[in-house]
Design a protein. Structure first.
Length: 214
């Protein structure tokens, strides 16, 4: 049996099954860098927007095709969150497995067949998804699990102790403080810092040149 692609609302697990599977999918990955020439520094990996063309046809049922297409269009409306801040729901585009997780940022509709009454019964939708990452996925995209290390702060940790253990040089505590926005290093760790995961920067990261040698 042919498995249908689906759009799944992450929070509610509501599933919208597409009427006809797309004929192709294109997922592009780009690397964001900073600098020029011999001084190029890796920043992160980005996955470009996913754009999918979907086809809907309700001619045989003689029904308004918008009953189907509006289910997708409604996913652009800010319906999640609380208070004054509300956002469109995060959705998953799934076809045998999850291909993409993100927000639907654009839905272009084209109606191509109508009943004599003017009711549309055929539509082509171009749906654009913008990627949304979990905290762990965002760290992975920035290379923290590859070219950097993570350190879980304990009660007895001090920045110079951490620097001595990971760099062999206690004076490099300044680079750790700068990379983790620690503005009061003399009082680190405070109670909220216990159990926090901080980033031990790549020693070749040019953003912290000069700091690591201070």
């Amino acid at each position: 049996m042919l498995k249908k692609a689906r759009i799944i609302v992450e929070e509610t697990q509501q599933e919208i099954e597409v009427m006809y599977n797309p004929t192709e999918l294109a997922l592009n990955t780009s690397v964001q860098v900073q600098g020029v020439g011999s001084n190029i520094q890796f920043q992160r990996v980005n996955q470009d927007d996913l754009t999918v063309s979907l086809f809907f046809d309700s001619y045989e049922q003689q029904e308004d095709v918008r009953q189907q297409t509006d289910k997708i269009l409604n996913l652009t409306k800010p319906t999640t969150g609380s208070g004054v801040r509300r956002e469109p729901p995060v959705v998953l585009f799934s076809w045998s497995d999850v291909w993409f997780t993100g927000l639907i940022t654009a839905v272009n509709q084209k109606f191509t067949l109508f009943l004599s009454s003017g009711v549309p019964v055929r539509a082509e939708l171009t749906v654009t998804f913008k990627q949304v990452l979990s905290q762990k996925q965002d760290l992975e995209a920035q290379g923290y699990f590859n070219c950097r290390r993570l350190w879980q702060v304990s009660e007895n940790d001090r920045l110079y102790i951490i620097a001595s253990k990971v760099f062999g040089d206690a004076k490099q505590w300044r680079a750790i403080a700068a990379a983790n926005n620690i503005y009061d290093p003399l009082n680190f760790p405070r109670k909220p810092d216990i159990g926090r995961t901080i980033v031990i920067i790549d020693s070749h990261d040019t953003r912290y040149k000069g700091i690591t040698n201070g």
